[in-house]
Write a protein that binds this ligand. Structure first.
Ligand code: UDP
Ligand code: MG
Length: 319
């Protein structure tokens, strides 16, 4: 029977932890009772350097019931890093994980469907929101803009999927091979490969406490997502440089013609001519340098070039 770990990053979540743990315990016990998962399955709370009683509550929960375990980060490292810490810890202790926010905005009743898809052979199951009616107008429009921008930038991500997701042990082993420091999990998970599927659910509002994702963090997150996956902004500079360079050549011819016609002041032609030509050359050079920086950027990430799913060879140790 497979061991399931539910990984929950928590930052200043004292207001929700009691209720969240109660609901998750019920869910896990139900799944264990139905023989869907091993009785060694657990909820792993990751304390992301909280300043309130979060860690104290986690340790109390653990003392009361071993179904709860905890992981404490040395200081606040942000949602994505806390989640990764939890997943990497759970990877060695379990067969399959589900990541979930502490506020239970994501409907835990669809966990059954996650497990079902996993049993059908999926290594990654994305929880996808069926509607955004609980979002404010602002969040809705910014989210839409974000997905559009990612699409233009050529980054493949699952639409309307927060980090509510099932990942198998081998999917996590794949994730482990991505060494990059700027972490945008939603983009990376897509690169791991393996069979995946989606499960639709309705996202409710936070039942207590307030959002730990203010606008500034959201913008940072979006910016990280784009710059971690795309060198298109650099391409844009190169393209712009090229266009201005070509235009400058045309302008030079034009300036020369009106000079020949004698319709200019002395010195004007060489002045405007050099402004155009020089800015064109400068932008183009910047773009070319940018291209190399883009290459270096991709190299330093040292992403895995491939992840092997299976090998059939009698001499190999792998199954
Ligand atoms: N979180 C975290 N570290 C942070 C910020 C948030 O671990 O620095 C956790 C938080 O406790 C919650 C999840 O990330 O479990 C999502 O945060 P929140 O619900 O506040 O975001 P929202 O749902 O408003 O986007
Ligand atoms: Mg939330």
């Amino acid at each position: 029977m497979d061991i399931l770990y539910i990984v929950v990053p928590c930052y200043n979540e004292e207001e929700v932890l009691h209720e969240t743990s109660k609901r998750l315990e019920k869910k896990l016990n139900q799944l264990i009772g139905q023989n869907q998962i091993s009785k060694n399955s657990k909820v792993l709370f990751v304390d992301d350097g909280s300043k309130d009683k979060t860690w104290q509550i986690i340790t109390e929960l653990h003392e009361q019931n071993q179904i709860f375990s905890g992981l404490k980060l040395s200081c606040n490292k942000g949602h994505q890093n806390a989640l990764l810490a939890g997943l990497m810890t759970a990877k060695d202790l379990s067969d399959v994980t589900i990541s979930l926010d502490a506020d239970l905005q994501d409907d835990i009743e669809v966990i059954d469907q996650f497990i079902e898809k996993y049993k059908q052979g999926c290594d990654i199951v994305y929880g996808v929101r069926s509607a955004r009616d609980t979002d404010t107008f602002f969040k809705k429009t910014t989210a839409r803009g974000f997905y559009k921008l990612m699409e233009i930038m050529g980054v493949s991500i699952q639409k309307d999927h927060a980090d509510y997701r099932l990942m198998s042990k081998r999917a996590l082993q794949g994730l482990e091979q991505f060494d990059e420091v700027n972490l945008f999990l939603r983009g990376i998970v897509k690169l791991i490969g393996y069979k995946s599927d989606v499960v639709y659910y309705k996202r409710s509002s936070r039942f207590a406490g307030e959002s730990k994702y203010p606008l500034k963090k959201m913008l940072n997150f979006a910016c990280d997502g784009i710059t971690s996956f795309s060198v298109k902004p650099i391409r844009l500079v190169t393209a712009l440089g090229f266009i201005i360079f070509v235009v400058s050549l045309i302008m030079l011819i034009y300036f020369f013609i009106i000079k020949l016609l004698g319709r200019t002041e002395t010195g004007w032609t060489s002045l405007v001519g050099s402004i155009w030509l020089l800015s064109g050359i400068q932008l183009l050079s910047l773009g070319i340098i940018g291209e190399y920086i883009g290459k270096i950027y991709k190299e330093v990430k040292s992403r895995p070039r491939y992840i092997i799913e299976q090998i059939i060879d009698e001499n190999s140790d792998k199954e």
